[in-house]
Unconditional design. Structure first.
Length: 225
C-alpha cells in the first residue's frame, strides 16, 4: 500500500456505554487507506459502517483508539481544530445528495470553499472546473430540483472535492440510484479519485461495484476482516 492517508488504530465505539443495554458497534478496529487507493467497505445494515465513516471523518469520536489523517494525529484535538481539519482534509458523499435546495449547483460547490476562506472568484472557477470534469458544466446555474438524480449526485461529488481534500468518505453513494445511473455515477467517482490521487473509503452494498475497487474490507462483529 502507498503512504497511508487514513489510519485508524484500535477504534472502539459503544452506545449506551456502561449500561445493561450497551451496544458495542466497533471493537479494537484497525484500518489504513493509502494515497490513490479506493477501498470498499462492505457490511450488513446496522453493522456500524456509518459509525466508522463518521469517526474516520471526524464527525464522531471513538471511545478508544486513534485517528490520523495525512500523518496528523486527530484524536484529542479541540473542536475548532477538528472542524478545520475536517473542512480541509475530508470530503463526504452520502446516499442522498443533501444539496442545499435554494442554491444552484455551482453555489453548492462554492459555499464550502467560502467557509474555508477561498476568494469567491477562485471558488467559482474551481466549481466550474469540477462540474466540467463530471460532465454537468451546463447545469451550473440549475437548482437541485431541476437536476436528475445522477446529476445531483455528481454535483455532490464536486462539493465533496471542492476544498481539495486528501480523503474521500462515501456512504452508499449510488444506493439511491437506478442501476444504469448508478453505473454512470460510479464511473465518474472512480475517475475523480484516480484523477486527484486522494484516498477513498466507500461503504456499499453493491458487491459488483465493490469488486471493481482496489480492495474490499468487510466489517463483522465490530472488526475489519
Amino acid at each position: 500500500m502507498s503512504e497511508p492517508v487514513l489510519e485508524l488504530r484500535g477504534i472502539s465505539k459503544a452506545y449506551l456505554k456502561g449500561t445493561p443495554g450497551e451496544v458495542r458497534v466497533l471493537s479494537a478496529l484497525d484500518l489504513a487507506v493509502g494515497r490513490g487507493e479506493v477501498v470498499a467497505l462492505v457490511a450488513p445494515s446496522g453493522a456500524g459502517k456509518s459509525t466508522l465513516l463518521h469517526i474516520a471523518g471526524l464527525l464522531d469520536t471513538a471511545d478508544e483508539g486513534t485517528v490520523a489523517i495525512s500523518g496528523r494525529q486527530m484524536t484529542g484535538l479541540p473542536d475548532r481544530a477538528r472542524t478545520e481539519a475536517r473542512r480541509g482534509e475530508v470530503g463526504f458523499v452520502y446516499q442522498f445528495h443533501h444539496l442545499l435546495p435554494e442554491f444552484t449547483a455551482l453555489e453548492n460547490i462554492v459555499l464550502p470553499q467560502l467557509a474555508n476562506a477561498v476568494p469567491k472568484a477562485a471558488a467559482e472557477a474551481r466549481g466550474r472546473e469540477l462540474l466540467a470534469r463530471v460532465g454537468v458544466a451546463g447545469r451550473a446555474d440549475h437548482r437541485p430540483a431541476a437536476l436528475s438524480g445522477g446529476e445531483q449526485q455528481r454535483v455532490a461529488f464536486c462539493r465533496a472535492l471542492a476544498n481539495a481534500p486528501k480523503l474521500l468518505l462515501a456512504d452508499e453513494p449510488t444506493g439511491n440510484l437506478d442501476p444504469a445511473t448508478a453505473e454512470q455515477v460510479f464511473g465518474v467517482l472512480m475517475e475523480l479519485v484516480r484523477g486527484t490521487g486522494l484516498a477513498a473509503l466507500i461503504a456499499t452494498h453493491n458487491l459488483d461495484l465493490a469488486a471493481r475497487m482496489d480492495r474490499v474490507v468487510r466489517l463483522d462483529a465490530g472488526r475489519i476482516l
